[in-house]
Design a protein around this ligand. Structure first.
Ligand code: NAP
Ligand code: MG
Length: 495
Protein backbone atom coordinates (compact mmCIF):
# COMPACT_ATOMS: atom_id res chain seq x y z
CA UNK A 1 0.00 0.00 0.00
CA UNK A 2 1.27 3.46 -0.88
CA UNK A 3 1.79 5.93 1.92
CA UNK A 4 -0.68 8.76 1.97
CA UNK A 5 0.77 11.95 3.49
CA UNK A 6 -1.14 10.99 6.65
CA UNK A 7 0.23 7.47 7.02
CA UNK A 8 3.73 8.71 6.17
CA UNK A 9 3.45 11.20 9.00
CA UNK A 10 2.20 8.51 11.38
CA UNK A 11 5.12 6.26 10.44
CA UNK A 12 7.55 9.03 11.32
CA UNK A 13 5.82 9.59 14.63
CA UNK A 14 5.85 5.85 15.35
CA UNK A 15 9.56 5.66 14.54
CA UNK A 16 10.22 8.58 16.86
CA UNK A 17 8.56 6.61 19.64
CA UNK A 18 10.07 3.27 18.82
CA UNK A 19 10.26 2.03 22.39
CA UNK A 20 12.77 -0.66 23.40
CA UNK A 21 12.88 -3.55 25.85
CA UNK A 22 15.08 -3.20 28.91
CA UNK A 23 17.02 -6.44 29.34
CA UNK A 24 20.22 -6.91 31.32
CA UNK A 25 20.61 -3.16 31.75
CA UNK A 26 20.46 -2.49 27.99
CA UNK A 27 17.72 -1.11 25.79
CA UNK A 28 17.16 -3.53 22.93
CA UNK A 29 14.61 -4.45 20.27
CA UNK A 30 13.23 -7.94 19.83
CA UNK A 31 15.91 -10.29 18.46
CA UNK A 32 13.66 -10.96 15.45
CA UNK A 33 13.37 -7.22 14.82
CA UNK A 34 9.55 -7.52 14.87
CA UNK A 35 7.50 -4.67 16.29
CA UNK A 36 3.90 -3.99 17.29
CA UNK A 37 2.22 -0.70 16.45
CA UNK A 38 0.73 1.23 19.35
CA UNK A 39 -2.55 3.02 18.77
CA UNK A 40 -4.30 5.56 20.96
CA UNK A 41 -7.73 4.25 22.08
CA UNK A 42 -9.21 7.77 21.77
CA UNK A 43 -8.82 7.97 17.98
CA UNK A 44 -7.14 4.77 16.77
CA UNK A 45 -4.08 6.66 15.52
CA UNK A 46 -0.76 4.84 15.67
CA UNK A 47 1.69 6.96 17.63
CA UNK A 48 4.42 4.56 18.72
CA UNK A 49 5.68 1.02 18.43
CA UNK A 50 7.01 -1.61 20.84
CA UNK A 51 9.12 -4.74 20.36
CA UNK A 52 7.25 -7.94 19.56
CA UNK A 53 9.30 -10.15 21.83
CA UNK A 54 9.17 -13.92 21.57
CA UNK A 55 10.63 -16.92 23.39
CA UNK A 56 14.23 -15.95 22.50
CA UNK A 57 13.85 -12.51 24.11
CA UNK A 58 12.13 -14.01 27.13
CA UNK A 59 14.99 -16.45 27.52
CA UNK A 60 17.52 -13.59 27.37
CA UNK A 61 15.58 -11.63 29.98
CA UNK A 62 15.20 -14.57 32.35
CA UNK A 63 18.91 -15.36 31.99
CA UNK A 64 19.79 -11.74 32.72
CA UNK A 65 17.57 -11.78 35.80
CA UNK A 66 19.03 -15.12 36.94
CA UNK A 67 22.56 -13.86 36.54
CA UNK A 68 21.78 -10.65 38.40
CA UNK A 69 20.24 -12.72 41.18
CA UNK A 70 23.16 -15.14 41.41
CA UNK A 71 25.83 -12.44 41.55
CA UNK A 72 24.11 -11.13 44.67
CA UNK A 73 24.50 -7.56 43.43
CA UNK A 74 20.89 -7.07 44.51
CA UNK A 75 19.90 -9.92 46.82
CA UNK A 76 22.96 -9.50 49.03
CA UNK A 77 22.91 -5.73 48.97
CA UNK A 78 21.75 -4.54 52.40
CA UNK A 79 18.00 -4.19 52.61
CA UNK A 80 18.50 -0.53 53.50
CA UNK A 81 20.43 0.07 50.27
CA UNK A 82 17.79 -1.73 48.20
CA UNK A 83 15.20 0.44 49.86
CA UNK A 84 17.16 3.56 48.94
CA UNK A 85 17.23 2.52 45.28
CA UNK A 86 13.44 2.05 45.31
CA UNK A 87 12.97 5.40 47.01
CA UNK A 88 15.18 7.03 44.38
CA UNK A 89 13.08 5.35 41.69
CA UNK A 90 9.99 6.92 43.27
CA UNK A 91 11.74 10.30 43.19
CA UNK A 92 12.60 9.84 39.50
CA UNK A 93 9.01 8.88 38.72
CA UNK A 94 7.93 12.07 40.50
CA UNK A 95 10.46 14.10 38.53
CA UNK A 96 8.93 12.70 35.31
CA UNK A 97 5.34 12.92 36.51
CA UNK A 98 3.94 14.99 33.63
CA UNK A 99 5.58 12.94 30.88
CA UNK A 100 4.53 9.61 32.43
CA UNK A 101 0.96 10.75 33.13
CA UNK A 102 0.50 12.03 29.57
CA UNK A 103 2.00 8.86 28.09
CA UNK A 104 -0.20 6.59 30.24
CA UNK A 105 -3.28 8.60 29.35
CA UNK A 106 -2.55 8.46 25.63
CA UNK A 107 -1.62 4.79 25.65
CA UNK A 108 -4.71 3.63 27.58
CA UNK A 109 -7.25 6.38 26.76
CA UNK A 110 -7.81 7.14 30.44
CA UNK A 111 -8.67 10.76 31.26
CA UNK A 112 -5.64 12.95 31.89
CA UNK A 113 -6.32 13.33 35.64
CA UNK A 114 -6.43 9.53 36.01
CA UNK A 115 -2.99 9.39 34.41
CA UNK A 116 -1.75 11.79 37.09
CA UNK A 117 -3.49 9.79 39.85
CA UNK A 118 -1.80 6.63 38.57
CA UNK A 119 1.67 8.21 38.58
CA UNK A 120 1.06 9.48 42.11
CA UNK A 121 0.03 6.00 43.26
CA UNK A 122 3.12 4.52 41.59
CA UNK A 123 5.32 7.02 43.44
CA UNK A 124 3.67 5.95 46.72
CA UNK A 125 4.42 2.28 45.98
CA UNK A 126 8.11 2.91 45.39
CA UNK A 127 8.23 5.14 48.46
CA UNK A 128 6.32 2.62 50.60
CA UNK A 129 8.39 -0.40 49.55
CA UNK A 130 11.59 1.66 49.67
CA UNK A 131 10.82 2.33 53.32
CA UNK A 132 9.63 -1.22 54.02
CA UNK A 133 12.63 -3.06 52.53
CA UNK A 134 14.61 -3.13 55.79
CA UNK A 135 11.62 -3.71 58.05
CA UNK A 136 10.56 -7.14 56.81
CA UNK A 137 12.26 -9.48 59.25
CA UNK A 138 11.90 -12.97 60.63
CA UNK A 139 11.20 -14.26 64.16
CA UNK A 140 13.12 -15.94 66.89
CA UNK A 141 11.21 -19.06 67.94
CA UNK A 142 11.29 -20.63 71.44
CA UNK A 143 12.48 -24.20 70.84
CA UNK A 144 14.18 -27.11 72.62
CA UNK A 145 16.64 -26.59 75.45
CA UNK A 146 20.10 -26.03 73.97
CA UNK A 147 18.78 -24.85 70.60
CA UNK A 148 18.25 -21.48 69.04
CA UNK A 149 15.78 -21.24 66.16
CA UNK A 150 14.91 -18.29 64.02
CA UNK A 151 13.42 -17.46 60.66
CA UNK A 152 14.58 -15.20 57.85
CA UNK A 153 12.75 -13.97 54.76
CA UNK A 154 14.45 -15.15 51.59
CA UNK A 155 13.79 -13.92 48.06
CA UNK A 156 12.29 -16.47 45.64
CA UNK A 157 14.87 -15.59 42.97
CA UNK A 158 13.58 -14.57 39.53
CA UNK A 159 10.02 -13.23 39.69
CA UNK A 160 7.95 -12.95 36.51
CA UNK A 161 5.26 -10.27 36.46
CA UNK A 162 2.52 -10.42 33.84
CA UNK A 163 0.42 -7.31 34.03
CA UNK A 164 -2.70 -5.97 32.32
CA UNK A 165 -3.45 -2.78 30.44
CA UNK A 166 -5.85 -1.07 32.84
CA UNK A 167 -3.41 0.42 35.38
CA UNK A 168 0.10 -0.40 34.10
CA UNK A 169 1.96 2.24 36.13
CA UNK A 170 0.25 1.24 39.35
CA UNK A 171 0.34 -2.51 38.87
CA UNK A 172 3.98 -2.48 37.77
CA UNK A 173 4.83 -0.44 40.86
CA UNK A 174 3.05 -2.75 43.28
CA UNK A 175 4.71 -5.80 41.71
CA UNK A 176 8.18 -4.30 41.35
CA UNK A 177 8.11 -2.49 44.70
CA UNK A 178 7.42 -5.64 46.72
CA UNK A 179 9.48 -8.07 44.60
CA UNK A 180 12.59 -5.88 44.50
CA UNK A 181 12.36 -4.85 48.16
CA UNK A 182 12.77 -8.52 49.12
CA UNK A 183 15.82 -9.00 46.89
CA UNK A 184 14.22 -10.79 43.94
CA UNK A 185 15.09 -9.91 40.37
CA UNK A 186 12.28 -9.26 37.95
CA UNK A 187 11.09 -9.87 34.39
CA UNK A 188 7.87 -8.07 33.51
CA UNK A 189 5.68 -8.42 30.46
CA UNK A 190 3.09 -5.65 30.26
CA UNK A 191 -0.01 -5.99 28.06
CA UNK A 192 0.71 -5.14 24.45
CA UNK A 193 -2.08 -2.57 24.58
CA UNK A 194 -0.31 -0.51 27.24
CA UNK A 195 3.41 -1.10 27.55
CA UNK A 196 5.01 2.30 27.07
CA UNK A 197 5.22 3.51 30.67
CA UNK A 198 6.56 0.14 31.88
CA UNK A 199 9.49 0.42 29.47
CA UNK A 200 10.13 3.95 30.66
CA UNK A 201 10.04 2.91 34.33
CA UNK A 202 12.59 0.15 33.69
CA UNK A 203 14.92 2.79 32.23
CA UNK A 204 14.37 5.00 35.28
CA UNK A 205 15.14 2.02 37.53
CA UNK A 206 18.60 1.80 35.96
CA UNK A 207 19.07 5.50 36.59
CA UNK A 208 17.99 4.99 40.20
CA UNK A 209 20.77 2.45 40.71
CA UNK A 210 19.16 -0.93 40.02
CA UNK A 211 22.06 -3.14 38.90
CA UNK A 212 21.75 -4.41 35.29
CA UNK A 213 19.47 -7.44 35.00
CA UNK A 214 17.52 -6.70 38.19
CA UNK A 215 14.53 -4.97 36.57
CA UNK A 216 13.82 -6.27 33.05
CA UNK A 217 10.77 -5.34 30.98
CA UNK A 218 9.94 -6.87 27.62
CA UNK A 219 6.87 -6.30 25.50
CA UNK A 220 4.91 -8.56 23.21
CA UNK A 221 1.73 -10.58 22.83
CA UNK A 222 0.36 -12.66 25.67
CA UNK A 223 0.13 -15.74 23.46
CA UNK A 224 3.80 -15.38 22.51
CA UNK A 225 5.93 -13.55 25.09
CA UNK A 226 3.44 -14.14 27.94
CA UNK A 227 3.27 -17.88 27.36
CA UNK A 228 7.06 -18.11 27.03
CA UNK A 229 7.60 -16.18 30.27
CA UNK A 230 5.02 -18.01 32.37
CA UNK A 231 6.36 -21.36 31.15
CA UNK A 232 10.07 -20.57 31.43
CA UNK A 233 11.80 -23.04 33.75
CA UNK A 234 14.18 -20.32 34.96
CA UNK A 235 11.38 -18.40 36.68
CA UNK A 236 10.93 -19.01 40.42
CA UNK A 237 7.65 -17.19 41.09
CA UNK A 238 4.91 -15.64 38.95
CA UNK A 239 2.64 -12.76 39.81
CA UNK A 240 -0.28 -12.12 37.47
CA UNK A 241 -3.12 -9.61 37.24
CA UNK A 242 -5.77 -10.12 34.59
CA UNK A 243 -8.61 -12.42 33.58
CA UNK A 244 -9.45 -15.70 35.35
CA UNK A 245 -9.01 -17.64 32.07
CA UNK A 246 -5.46 -16.38 31.53
CA UNK A 247 -4.82 -16.87 35.27
CA UNK A 248 -5.74 -20.54 34.89
CA UNK A 249 -3.35 -20.94 31.93
CA UNK A 250 -0.54 -19.30 33.91
CA UNK A 251 -1.19 -21.49 36.95
CA UNK A 252 -1.09 -24.59 34.75
CA UNK A 253 2.28 -23.46 33.39
CA UNK A 254 3.45 -22.80 36.95
CA UNK A 255 2.27 -26.25 38.04
CA UNK A 256 4.45 -27.87 35.38
CA UNK A 257 7.41 -26.09 36.96
CA UNK A 258 6.21 -26.47 40.59
CA UNK A 259 6.48 -22.84 41.51
CA UNK A 260 4.42 -20.32 43.42
CA UNK A 261 2.01 -17.76 42.03
CA UNK A 262 0.07 -14.71 43.10
CA UNK A 263 -3.19 -14.30 41.15
CA UNK A 264 -5.27 -11.12 41.02
CA UNK A 265 -8.18 -11.96 38.76
CA UNK A 266 -10.74 -9.18 39.06
CA UNK A 267 -14.18 -9.19 40.62
CA UNK A 268 -17.87 -8.41 40.62
CA UNK A 269 -17.68 -6.14 43.61
CA UNK A 270 -20.86 -5.07 45.44
CA UNK A 271 -21.77 -1.78 47.05
CA UNK A 272 -24.45 -2.45 49.69
CA UNK A 273 -26.68 0.52 50.50
CA UNK A 274 -28.95 0.26 53.55
CA UNK A 275 -31.94 2.56 53.94
CA UNK A 276 -30.28 4.47 56.80
CA UNK A 277 -27.15 5.29 54.75
CA UNK A 278 -25.90 8.82 54.15
CA UNK A 279 -26.95 8.80 50.50
CA UNK A 280 -25.38 12.14 49.71
CA UNK A 281 -22.02 10.70 50.67
CA UNK A 282 -22.64 7.30 49.12
CA UNK A 283 -23.95 8.01 45.63
CA UNK A 284 -21.05 10.00 44.14
CA UNK A 285 -18.71 7.27 45.40
CA UNK A 286 -20.91 4.52 43.94
CA UNK A 287 -20.93 6.25 40.54
CA UNK A 288 -17.20 6.89 40.57
CA UNK A 289 -16.42 3.28 41.56
CA UNK A 290 -17.86 2.04 38.25
CA UNK A 291 -16.99 5.00 36.00
CA UNK A 292 -13.34 5.40 36.98
CA UNK A 293 -11.12 4.18 34.14
CA UNK A 294 -14.28 3.43 32.12
CA UNK A 295 -15.14 0.58 34.49
CA UNK A 296 -11.92 -1.22 33.48
CA UNK A 297 -10.86 -1.68 37.07
CA UNK A 298 -10.46 -5.03 38.83
CA UNK A 299 -12.08 -3.56 41.94
CA UNK A 300 -14.84 -1.69 40.04
CA UNK A 301 -18.02 -1.48 42.11
CA UNK A 302 -20.10 -3.12 39.39
CA UNK A 303 -23.12 -4.16 41.50
CA UNK A 304 -25.18 -1.90 43.74
CA UNK A 305 -27.46 -3.64 46.24
CA UNK A 306 -30.12 -1.28 47.59
CA UNK A 307 -32.50 -1.81 50.52
CA UNK A 308 -36.08 -1.85 49.22
CA UNK A 309 -37.44 1.28 51.00
CA UNK A 310 -34.87 3.49 49.23
CA UNK A 311 -34.52 1.47 46.01
CA UNK A 312 -36.64 3.77 43.85
CA UNK A 313 -35.11 6.97 45.21
CA UNK A 314 -31.54 5.68 44.91
CA UNK A 315 -31.94 4.29 41.40
CA UNK A 316 -33.66 7.53 40.30
CA UNK A 317 -30.73 9.57 41.59
CA UNK A 318 -28.19 7.18 40.09
CA UNK A 319 -30.06 7.37 36.76
CA UNK A 320 -29.94 11.16 36.88
CA UNK A 321 -26.19 11.06 37.44
CA UNK A 322 -25.61 8.41 34.74
CA UNK A 323 -27.57 10.42 32.16
CA UNK A 324 -25.18 13.33 32.71
CA UNK A 325 -22.00 11.28 32.09
CA UNK A 326 -20.10 11.68 28.82
CA UNK A 327 -17.34 9.52 27.34
CA UNK A 328 -14.73 11.68 25.60
CA UNK A 329 -11.13 11.53 24.32
CA UNK A 330 -8.55 11.21 27.11
CA UNK A 331 -7.10 14.69 26.62
CA UNK A 332 -10.44 16.37 27.34
CA UNK A 333 -10.31 14.91 30.83
CA UNK A 334 -14.03 14.15 30.84
CA UNK A 335 -16.05 11.77 33.02
CA UNK A 336 -14.54 8.77 31.27
CA UNK A 337 -12.43 8.02 28.22
CA UNK A 338 -12.73 5.29 25.57
CA UNK A 339 -12.28 1.59 26.35
CA UNK A 340 -8.87 0.13 25.67
CA UNK A 341 -9.46 -1.52 22.29
CA UNK A 342 -12.10 -2.60 19.78
CA UNK A 343 -12.29 -6.11 21.25
CA UNK A 344 -13.17 -4.80 24.72
CA UNK A 345 -15.64 -2.29 23.26
CA UNK A 346 -17.42 -5.08 21.34
CA UNK A 347 -17.42 -7.34 24.37
CA UNK A 348 -18.99 -4.68 26.60
CA UNK A 349 -21.53 -3.64 23.97
CA UNK A 350 -22.49 -7.29 23.46
CA UNK A 351 -23.04 -7.82 27.20
CA UNK A 352 -25.25 -4.72 27.32
CA UNK A 353 -27.23 -5.86 24.27
CA UNK A 354 -27.65 -9.33 25.75
CA UNK A 355 -28.98 -7.91 29.03
CA UNK A 356 -31.41 -5.65 27.16
CA UNK A 357 -32.56 -8.48 24.91
CA UNK A 358 -33.18 -10.58 28.03
CA UNK A 359 -35.57 -7.92 29.32
CA UNK A 360 -33.33 -6.34 31.97
CA UNK A 361 -34.56 -2.84 32.73
CA UNK A 362 -32.24 -0.17 31.36
CA UNK A 363 -32.58 2.73 33.81
CA UNK A 364 -30.15 5.17 32.25
CA UNK A 365 -27.62 5.61 29.50
CA UNK A 366 -25.03 8.37 29.45
CA UNK A 367 -23.54 9.69 26.25
CA UNK A 368 -20.55 9.54 23.95
CA UNK A 369 -19.41 13.02 22.92
CA UNK A 370 -20.87 13.91 19.50
CA UNK A 371 -17.47 14.76 18.12
CA UNK A 372 -15.60 11.78 19.59
CA UNK A 373 -13.27 10.47 16.83
CA UNK A 374 -14.73 7.56 14.86
CA UNK A 375 -11.58 5.48 15.38
CA UNK A 376 -11.99 5.56 19.20
CA UNK A 377 -13.54 2.76 21.28
CA UNK A 378 -16.26 4.60 23.17
CA UNK A 379 -19.01 3.18 25.35
CA UNK A 380 -21.65 5.29 27.06
CA UNK A 381 -22.16 4.45 30.76
CA UNK A 382 -25.21 2.29 31.41
CA UNK A 383 -27.31 1.61 34.53
CA UNK A 384 -29.50 -1.49 34.72
CA UNK A 385 -32.17 -2.09 37.40
CA UNK A 386 -33.97 -5.11 38.80
CA UNK A 387 -31.17 -7.36 37.60
CA UNK A 388 -31.63 -11.14 37.92
CA UNK A 389 -28.96 -12.24 40.44
CA UNK A 390 -28.21 -15.31 38.34
CA UNK A 391 -27.87 -13.48 35.01
CA UNK A 392 -24.58 -13.00 33.17
CA UNK A 393 -24.73 -9.29 34.02
CA UNK A 394 -24.92 -10.13 37.72
CA UNK A 395 -22.26 -12.82 37.65
CA UNK A 396 -19.59 -11.89 35.11
CA UNK A 397 -17.05 -9.08 35.05
CA UNK A 398 -18.11 -6.67 32.27
CA UNK A 399 -15.00 -4.50 32.54
CA UNK A 400 -16.85 -1.49 31.23
CA UNK A 401 -19.01 1.38 32.59
CA UNK A 402 -21.99 -0.83 33.39
CA UNK A 403 -23.67 -0.80 36.80
CA UNK A 404 -26.24 -3.43 37.82
CA UNK A 405 -28.75 -2.52 40.57
CA UNK A 406 -30.55 -5.04 42.80
CA UNK A 407 -33.11 -4.62 45.60
CA UNK A 408 -32.92 -6.47 48.93
CA UNK A 409 -35.26 -6.76 51.92
CA UNK A 410 -33.05 -7.78 54.83
CA UNK A 411 -29.48 -7.78 56.08
CA UNK A 412 -29.45 -11.52 55.52
CA UNK A 413 -30.46 -11.13 51.88
CA UNK A 414 -27.93 -8.33 51.37
CA UNK A 415 -25.11 -10.58 52.54
CA UNK A 416 -26.38 -13.46 50.42
CA UNK A 417 -26.52 -11.27 47.29
CA UNK A 418 -23.14 -9.68 48.02
CA UNK A 419 -21.62 -13.16 48.31
CA UNK A 420 -23.67 -14.51 45.40
CA UNK A 421 -20.95 -14.59 42.75
CA UNK A 422 -17.82 -16.67 42.38
CA UNK A 423 -15.71 -13.54 42.89
CA UNK A 424 -14.66 -11.86 46.15
CA UNK A 425 -12.33 -8.90 45.69
CA UNK A 426 -13.76 -5.72 47.24
CA UNK A 427 -17.07 -4.60 48.78
CA UNK A 428 -18.61 -1.38 50.10
CA UNK A 429 -21.16 -1.19 52.93
CA UNK A 430 -23.16 1.98 53.46
CA UNK A 431 -25.07 2.27 56.75
CA UNK A 432 -25.08 4.42 59.90
CA UNK A 433 -25.82 1.41 62.13
CA UNK A 434 -22.57 0.54 63.92
CA UNK A 435 -23.53 -3.04 64.74
CA UNK A 436 -24.58 -3.70 61.17
CA UNK A 437 -21.35 -2.17 59.86
CA UNK A 438 -19.36 -4.78 61.79
CA UNK A 439 -21.69 -7.71 61.10
CA UNK A 440 -21.87 -7.16 57.36
CA UNK A 441 -18.18 -6.34 56.94
CA UNK A 442 -17.35 -9.58 58.72
CA UNK A 443 -19.73 -11.73 56.67
CA UNK A 444 -18.90 -10.45 53.18
CA UNK A 445 -16.40 -12.69 51.46
CA UNK A 446 -13.98 -10.21 49.91
CA UNK A 447 -10.33 -9.32 50.25
CA UNK A 448 -11.19 -5.72 51.17
CA UNK A 449 -14.40 -4.35 52.69
CA UNK A 450 -14.96 -0.61 53.00
CA UNK A 451 -17.56 0.82 55.37
CA UNK A 452 -19.02 4.17 54.28
CA UNK A 453 -16.19 4.46 51.76
CA UNK A 454 -14.92 2.62 48.71
CA UNK A 455 -11.50 2.19 47.21
CA UNK A 456 -9.88 4.62 49.64
CA UNK A 457 -7.73 6.28 46.99
CA UNK A 458 -5.57 3.38 45.97
CA UNK A 459 -4.54 2.29 49.45
CA UNK A 460 -0.95 1.35 48.77
CA UNK A 461 -0.65 0.34 52.44
CA UNK A 462 -3.67 -1.98 52.43
CA UNK A 463 -3.35 -5.70 51.67
CA UNK A 464 -5.31 -6.48 48.52
CA UNK A 465 -6.38 -9.69 46.82
CA UNK A 466 -9.25 -12.04 46.34
CA UNK A 467 -11.28 -14.98 47.51
CA UNK A 468 -12.60 -17.58 45.07
CA UNK A 469 -12.36 -16.69 41.40
CA UNK A 470 -10.82 -13.31 42.28
CA UNK A 471 -7.56 -15.12 42.91
CA UNK A 472 -5.17 -15.79 45.76
CA UNK A 473 -2.13 -14.30 47.42
CA UNK A 474 -1.97 -10.71 48.58
CA UNK A 475 -0.45 -7.65 47.01
CA UNK A 476 0.01 -4.16 48.40
CA UNK A 477 0.93 -3.26 51.96
CA UNK A 478 3.42 -5.12 54.06
CA UNK A 479 1.74 -8.41 53.33
CA UNK A 480 2.95 -8.40 49.70
CA UNK A 481 6.48 -8.71 51.07
CA UNK A 482 5.51 -12.09 52.54
CA UNK A 483 4.24 -13.32 49.15
CA UNK A 484 7.38 -12.06 47.48
CA UNK A 485 9.63 -14.05 49.80
CA UNK A 486 9.81 -17.44 51.50
CA UNK A 487 10.44 -18.26 55.15
CA UNK A 488 13.71 -19.98 55.97
CA UNK A 489 14.04 -21.57 59.41
CA UNK A 490 17.57 -21.80 60.83
CA UNK A 491 18.23 -24.01 63.87
CA UNK A 492 21.43 -24.08 65.99
CA UNK A 493 22.26 -26.80 68.46
CA UNK A 494 24.64 -25.07 70.87
CA UNK A 495 24.29 -27.55 73.73
P1 NAP B 1 -5.71 -11.10 29.95
O1 NAP B 1 -5.71 -12.07 28.82
O2 NAP B 1 -5.90 -11.66 31.31
O3 NAP B 1 -4.33 -10.26 29.88
C1 NAP B 1 -3.55 -9.90 30.99
C2 NAP B 1 -2.08 -10.09 30.70
O4 NAP B 1 -1.78 -11.46 30.43
C3 NAP B 1 -1.60 -9.33 29.47
O5 NAP B 1 -0.26 -8.92 29.68
C4 NAP B 1 -1.65 -10.39 28.39
O6 NAP B 1 -0.85 -10.06 27.29
C5 NAP B 1 -1.15 -11.59 29.15
N1 NAP B 1 -1.53 -12.89 28.60
C6 NAP B 1 -2.61 -13.20 27.83
N2 NAP B 1 -2.64 -14.52 27.59
C7 NAP B 1 -1.57 -15.07 28.20
C8 NAP B 1 -1.07 -16.41 28.34
N3 NAP B 1 -1.70 -17.46 27.79
N4 NAP B 1 0.04 -16.62 29.07
C9 NAP B 1 0.67 -15.59 29.65
N5 NAP B 1 0.26 -14.30 29.55
C10 NAP B 1 -0.86 -14.05 28.85
O7 NAP B 1 -6.81 -9.97 29.74
P2 NAP B 1 -7.41 -9.30 28.40
O8 NAP B 1 -7.54 -10.33 27.33
O9 NAP B 1 -6.62 -8.08 28.10
O10 NAP B 1 -8.85 -8.85 28.91
C11 NAP B 1 -9.92 -9.78 28.97
C12 NAP B 1 -10.72 -9.64 30.25
O11 NAP B 1 -9.89 -9.83 31.38
C13 NAP B 1 -11.33 -8.26 30.50
O12 NAP B 1 -12.53 -8.10 29.84
C14 NAP B 1 -11.49 -8.24 31.99
O13 NAP B 1 -12.70 -8.85 32.36
C15 NAP B 1 -10.33 -9.07 32.47
N6 NAP B 1 -9.22 -8.22 32.96
C16 NAP B 1 -9.07 -8.07 34.30
C17 NAP B 1 -8.05 -7.26 34.78
C18 NAP B 1 -7.86 -7.04 36.25
O14 NAP B 1 -7.26 -6.05 36.64
N7 NAP B 1 -8.29 -7.95 37.08
C19 NAP B 1 -7.19 -6.61 33.92
C20 NAP B 1 -7.35 -6.79 32.53
C21 NAP B 1 -8.37 -7.61 32.09
P3 NAP B 1 -1.45 -9.28 26.01
O15 NAP B 1 -2.54 -8.38 26.50
O16 NAP B 1 -0.28 -8.55 25.49
O17 NAP B 1 -1.98 -10.33 25.09
MG1 MG C 1 -2.28 1.44 24.11
Amino acid sequence: MLDTPDTALLRTVAEERAALNVIGGKTVGAQSGARIEVACPSDGHVFASIPRSDAADVDAAVRAARQAFETGAWSRMTATERGRVLTRLGDLVAANRDELAALESRDTGKPARQGVADVNAAIRYYEFYGGAADKAHGDQIPFLQGYTAFTTREPHGVVAGIIPWNYPLQILARVAGAALAMGNTLVVKPAEDASLTSLRIAELALEAGCPPGVFNVLTGYGAEAGVALSGHPGVDYVTFTGSPATGTAIQQAAACNNRGVTMELGGKSPQVIFADADLEAALPVVVNAIIQNGGQTCSAGSRVLIERPVYDAVTAELARRFCALVAEPHDRDGDLGPLINARQAHRVAAMIAEAEAGGTELLARGAVADDAPAGGHYQAPVLFGGVDPLSVLAQEEVFGPVLAAFAFDSEEEAVRLANGTQYGLVAGVWTRDGGRQHRVAKRIRAGQVYVNAYGAGGGVELPFGGFGKSGHGREKGFEALMDMSATKTIVFNHG
